[in-house]
Design a binder for this molecule. Structure first.
Ligand SMILES: [Zn+2]
Length: 269
């Protein structure tokens, strides 16, 4: 597999996305940011969490042929054990991350998708694998935030309230699931596999990188796969920033974050 990737933090902030790859394995995580003025119970922070969990899972995927949910569950447990003595892991705002895992075996492509980062397989047509439970729950709580201009103190406060409201739905039945402190979340991920010869390429995208299609609707999955194939992941991130810059206050495209960390990995199989 030939893998190329690019990642870019939202301007002026640490990058809370994580991406890493070997010729057979790709791991992409998007850490859920802690809004300004909100507490998390953890002194390490979200960027630490996504980097530490991402590297742990990458390492176990290169060592073991075990099923992906089990490897993710082990990773969640091992990261929890690194800070359960110093941090409050029962805090509802404890760092969390979305996860997309892709593994090429001798005859198949296997995947795992947890929370709102996504996998787009090029199987002739784009095949989109996306866990939209958080978006479905969020839809009924975001009206106030979306009605306010991005960059204003009122929007910042509404975003914090939105994030804190959603925490009460995190990692419970009827809510949505992310990688945080509970290894059971791994069993809630979407998983699947496909014969190797059916998949031409695969794109792993954080929600910051999927915006042009699923939030801005300025392009399609087909065009996105073609852009990745022709110009690489950096070109997609450029498209993201160009669109965000054209609408800094979120008038055209209301959104929680005017700019978001954006990460894309493209795998040619
Ligand atoms: Zn911690």
């Amino acid at each position: 597999m030939r893998v190329t990737f690019a990642t870019e933090a939202a301007p002026g902030r640490p990058n809370e996305d994580f991406v890493a790859a070997t010729p057979d394995v790709v791991v992409l995580l998007d850490g859920a940011g802690t809004p300004v003025g909100s507490d998390s119970g953890c002194s390490h922070g979200v960027a630490w969490f996504s980097r530490t969990l991402g590297s742990a899972v990458l390492a176990s995927m290169t060592r073991s042929k075990d099923a992906l949910p089990g490897l993710l569950a082990e990773g969640i447990k091992s990261v929890a054990s690194l800070h359960d003595g110093t941090c409050d892991l029962s805090h509802p705002g404890s760092p969390s991350a979305t996860v997309v895992l892709l593994r090429r075996t001798a005859d198949a492509v296997e995947w795992l998708v947890l929370a709102d980062s996504m996998l787009v397989l090029d199987v002739g047509e784009p095949m989109v694998i996306c866990d939209d439970r958080e978006a479905q729950i969020g839809a009924s709580h975001r009206a106030e935030m979306d009605s306010l201009p991005s960059g204003t103190p009122e929007h910042t406060q509404a975003h914090r309230r939105y994030v804190e409201t959603l925490r009460s739905f995190r990692n419970r039945d009827g809510g949505f699931w992310v990688a945080a402190t509970d290894p059971k979340a791994a069993d809630q991920a979407l998983t699947g596999s496909m014969p190797l010869d059916k998949v031409h390429a695969a794109a792993l995208l954080s929600d910051g990188a999927s915006r042009p299609v699923d939030r801005f609707a300025i392009t399609t999955w087909r065009q996105t796969l073609d852009l990745l194939a022709a110009q690489g992941p950096q070109a997609l991130l450029k498209q993201v920033r160009y669109a965000e810059h054209s609408d800094p206050e979120g008038n055209r495209w209301p959104r929680g974050k005017a700019y978001d960390d954006a990460t894309a990995a493209y795998c040619l199989l």
